[in-house]
Write a protein that binds this ligand. Structure first.
Ligand code: DC
Length: 218
């Protein structure tokens, strides 16, 4: 069976997947899909509908929401929600929400429909294991929780956040736990994924390593 021309980029929160995936896509002239943004946008739709997790109507809301990614911007029913989906409140809500199998079914179906023609770099948690197991190239991007927390803390501080490094690290550790212990499509490295620890690499080096790996295995 021929492999799908698609790079699956998975890994824990704060490993720099989105920026890396976007730049790898630019380098190859491929499209980029941020599946975390899809989960975040559904989380916003559910919050706006006033529903709590576990409500049977959440899957209906997920199915009805029109999710679009145009360049680096994300849209919900035509409204640009790029900032609204990155608030701490949504970040806290989305991890337990994404354990709901009914919501995952809706989003995985949309991701497969988009990616089936190939030439995508797709980042997420279950892309190489569940969504596109036949991707030609799978990368599992990791770094220690300390390295990820200090990077994330510096980014947040530059935006005026008052969170301490310890708080940022505790939040990442909690999300790692939730994402990797859920029953459906938990975060895990696909058996055939290449693991890249970018703890000591900058973004240019990380992108370069992935492009080289892809060329060597295409
Ligand atoms: O990558 P991110 O932080 O934007 O992802 C937001 C949440 O969505 C995160 O808690 C895990 C979840 N997620 C997922 O379960 N599966 C994916 N393919 C992408 C994200």
């Amino acid at each position: 069976m021929s492999k799908l021309e698609l790079i699956a980029l998975d890994g824990p929160s704060g490993a720099g997947k989105s920026t890396t995936a976007r730049r790898v896509a630019e380098a190859l002239g491929w499209d980029y899909l941020d599946t975390g943004a899809m989960y975040r946008t559904v989380a916003l739709a559910i919050q706006r509908a006033g529903l709590s997790l576990g409500d049977p109507k959440v899957a209906e809301v997920a199915g009805r929401a029109l999710l679009e990614q145009r360049g680096t911007r994300n849209f919900l029913d035509g409204e640009d929600v790029s900032e609204a989906i990155r608030t701490p409140e949504i970040t806290k809500f989305v991890s337990p929400m994404s354990a709901d199998p009914a919501i995952r079914d809706v989003l995985v179906a949309q991701q497969r429909k988009l990616g089936q023609r190939g030439r995508w770099v797709v980042d997420g948690r279950d892309i190489g294991t569940v969504v596109f197991p036949d991707a030609c190239c799978k990368v599992y991007l990791i770094a220690t929780v300390e390295a990820r927390a200090s990077r994330r803390w510096r980014e947040l501080e530059a935006k005026g956040s008052k969170l301490t490094l310890a708080e940022v690290q505790a939040d990442l550790a909690q999300r790692d736990h939730q994402d990797s212990t859920r029953a459906v499509a938990p975060l895990r490295k696909a058996d055939d994924a290449w693991e890249l620890d970018n703890g000591h690499l900058n973004i240019h080096e990380t992108v370069e390593q992935i492009v080289l790996h892809h060329r060597a295995h295409a």
